[in-house]
Design a protein around this ligand. Structure first.
Ligand SMILES: C[S@@+](CC[C@H](N)C(=O)[O-])C[C@H]1O[C@@H](n2cnc3c(N)ncnc32)[C@H](O)[C@@H]1O
Length: 235
């Protein structure tokens, strides 16, 4: 059952990093006009969540969640690739939200809902238990300094929240170009009793099918940081 957090509890999940950037006036206007109708409402059941998508999707539609979609390149790519499925995008970076809204409009995708808030809060307040078929987390901020590791998105408690909201058999895929964070992700996921590595002998997964290399990934590649992928299944 989704819950409503108190102001203090919300503060606990403060996100670090950029949130606004410089939005041109016309983009700010467009965002103000478009975002409300695409904003995800809280649901206490998967069916009610699916019912927010118009036209109505069949029960067989897969429900995807991308956390930290950035400029929305991958989310819009997935939404176009799987028009029969439903997508939820979560991020706090308004310039990215604005780019995504424009792209969804251009490609006429109507299968995406957004939540502009910290992922922890969205999971707790808006996503019903046992509802997500796919979770995607690509290139989360690596917070490389040791004293900042607690800011990293991937933590055991965060994996608990995600796991509770995934259906059994659901898949979570992650990517990072930060070698030490990729090990951190692998250790946290392998240590979590609800997840099993889809790679038979453990370790990193191949690049997902229909992958899209974003500008963010290209920058990492240029700097000599190849991406590593992980694919785990909720038991
Ligand atoms: C390094 S960018 C990667 C963007 C995108 N996934 C890509 O591959 O290009 C990380 C994104 O995660 C978002 N982010 C960071 N912390 C977050 C949180 N707690 N909840 C939701 N989004 C978050 C940031 O705003 C940023 O857009």
């Amino acid at each position: 059952m989704p819950i409503t957090l108190t102001a203090d509890e919300r503060r606990h999940f403060k996100t670090h990093g950029r949130k606004k950037g410089f939005l041109k006036e016309k983009d700010a206007e467009h965002l103000k006009e478009t975002l409300p109708s695409l904003t995800l409402a809280a649901s206490d059941h998967r069916d009610k969540l699916l019912a927010q998508f118009k036209p109505q999707k069949p029960e067989s539609a897969k429900l995807w969640l991308e956390i930290g979609f950035g400029n929305g390149d991958y989310l819009s790519h997935l939404a176009a690739l799987h028009p029969q499925d439903c997508f939820i995008g979560v991020d706090v970076f308004l310039m990215g939200v604005s780019s995504l809204l424009r792209r969804l409009e251009r490609q006429q995708s109507v299968n995406v809902k957004l939540a502009v808030d910290s992922a922890n809060i969205v999971l707790l307040e808006k996503i019903p238990l046992n509802s997500l078929d796919r979770v995607v987390i690509n290139f989360p901020d690596p917070w490389p300094k040791k004293r900042h590791h607690k800011r990293r998105l991937i933590q055991s408690e965060f994996l608990d929240l995600i796991s509770q909201r995934m259906v059994s058999g659901g898949l979570i895929s992650l990517a990072t170009d930060w070698a030490e964070y990729s090990q951190w992700m692998l250790e946290h996921l392998e240590a979590h009793e609800d997840f099993i590595n889809t790679v038979t002998n453990g370790g990193f997964a191949p690049q997902p099918e229909n992958w899209l290399t974003t500008n963010f990934q290209k920058k990492g590649q240029k700097a000599g940081r190849p991406a590593r992928h992980l694919l785990f299944q909720k038991q």
